[in-house]
Design a protein around this ligand. Sequence first.
Ligand code: C2E
Ligand code: MG
Ligand code: MG
Length: 746
Amino acid sequence: VTGTSGWLAVLAVAAAAVVMVAHLVRRGSFTTFLPAQVSLDDATEVRYRQLATNLPHGAVIAVDRDLRLVLVAGPSLVAAGSDLLAMEGHPLSDALDPRVTAEFETACRAALTGESADFDSVEMVPGSVFRTRVSPMLDSDGAVVGALIVAEDVTAERAVRDELATAKAFGDAVLSASPDITTIIDLGTGEASWESRSMGVPLGGTTGRGSAGRMPALQELVLPEDIELVLEANARIATLADGESITVRYRARALDGTYRWISRRTTPFTRTADGAVVQGVSSVRDVTDIVAAEEELRHHSLHDPLTGLANRVLLLDRVTSALDRAERAETRTVVLFCDLDGFKRINDSDGHAAGDAVLVEVAHRLQGVLRLGDSIARVGGDEFVILLDPTTTSEVTALPHGRTDSETLAKLISERIRAALDVPIVHEGRSYVVSVSIGVTVADRGSTAESVLRDADTAMYRAKLLGRNRVEIFDADLRARALERSGVENALRLALDTGRPTSSLTVAYQPVHDLATGRLVGFEALARLLDEDGVSVSPDAFIPVAEDTGLISALGARVLDEALGCLVRWRAAHTDETPATMAVNLSARQAQRPTLSDEVRAALGKYGLAASDLVLELTESVLLESASSTLRQLTELHDAGVSISIDDFGTGYASLRYLTTLPVNSVKVDRSFTAGMVTDRASASIVRAVAALAADLDLACIVEGIETIEQLVALPSGVQGQGFLLGRPHADPAGGWLPAPVAAVA
Ligand code: C2E
Ligand code: MG
Ligand code: MG
């Protein structure tokens, strides 16, 4: 129902009514009663009533000058339950509800004075709205003889109109509340033909809300680099099904001339009869801040916050692209792995602030050494990796391409690095001289970023081993060793990953004797590993690999479990002997485990053993370098009764004075002293001094590596001994060794 046609209907009815009244008056029927009362003749009445019937949602009411109802007709009134005929002849105020009377009375009186009135009647039929016209009823002379009310029920029309208004208000509210701007894009021109409002970026329109201002062309608006992108997206809109959308991000010029990042999501809006998309509707949003935040995040995730250098992730990415480029250009990628020497000491003695300052300065100096095209990353605490661009040949132009070329370049840059670090770094009045160990790798064809970094790391490790502050190049020898390492790692994984004990990883037990009495006092559990070919691998080779790979935890747990199980079995079979203890080695990383003491206690509990049945062997360096949490755990275990033994004593810091401050029960003199004891007086006196000191501090002293009778005889009294002479490590603690000669010699 549209407003116009509704009103036309009302007016037509009203006009018809007037014509009819005029007709009545001409016939003289009205005049008879005038001015007191108007009555309608039969024919007129019939036609009136028919008129009302023709107004299916209407009503026709006529009143005379005394506002007496002359005619009341209309299906709407009948439907509403009114007895129309009963009303006729009664004054308006009597026949109708007072509220209806109130609505009509004024208009009727106005009509008697010749005025027409239009209003909505809401009282005539409760719950319905009637568009009502009250007009004068004239006789043939033009005299007003009454008032004619023609009303039409427009309830449904009004409901639709209200709904539309609400929907529009809602739409407007949504459009203005949304951070997005809604625009309509004409696919023909590629430009916006309507936009809900302006946001400082003229999106095609100028001021928003369908403004008809000049639409700047896409080319004027979008950053030239992004135009192609937008056009491509526009072209794709035409192919979209309803409900599908395309989002494009581009930079558009704002009113202030700066470029803003815009995200535009477009769905099809109007189509031609054959389904081709003509217009798209877009949500457009200024995402400049989001883009900036994303960029910030990206930077964070790819850079080291302390030095601002690239991190490992970004480095791997760069090395990968460098390898690709090198492959194409037939050059070779060169990577320098730099690890500062003795950096930990700066951190430990002067605090992290000093350490950080040194790192920042080192980063700065290393950057100064780079040539155009080279890049640098910080990949660990004091580890920096430099990626050299082999195509930047300015430094080595005289050399032909090839391996020597790359190595020469690497050496040249390494020398510059060392020179750059020669100048002391001063922080808060203190000056620090840092040297660096550098591992170089020149990548082969088919290398991956990971393998290149690993090789450079391996070369750096050799530089450390060979005395630090030097450059080592990854070569065939290192490659062979790296291969061996990975073989060891595989063997370890195979032995440990299966979850059940495998024959490739076992434990051997070496006895420890009290040399004064010859009594067996304990065993040391030593891990044994067979590689994939069944060849035995030395613990000195596989323990570091286990440490590096984190497999040491599983390995340690396995050795502890088997050793304690073995001790229980041995005791069951040797009830007549003094109960022996079981010593298990702990490496640095094992000792650092926060769950160490819980795990040890659980293992003891599992076999029903006392804490005093177990000895934990740690090297001096592990003990001295351990964090306070490790020391606390060791102290906890020590206090519970577990013995702590310092292994390989004399090879580390040899800081005897620390002995009193640590939770220690015994020291094991390193076998290098034992070996030298007979021939070299210094070794002999060291062994004697340690034994004396241990006795003084009430610690047990175990001498390792006793291989000959001469060594045994040369030992000071009161020590315990371990070595091939007394018993080799053996899978079965009850066999493979003979305690007898000990007692004999002692
Ligand atoms: P360690 O704790 O000092 O163990 C003693 C080493 O000396 C053992 O070497 C043993 O076989 C060897 N040895 C014993 N008597 C003699 C002798 O008379 N002459 C000579 N030349 N050597 C003798 P092994 O088994 O090769 O172990 C080497 C190191 O590996 C151990 O030194 C220990 O630090 C480590 N290790 C062994 N098993 C484990 C383990 O289960 N966990 C950890 N964390 N480390 C282990
Ligand atoms: Mg040991
Ligand atoms: Mg040892």
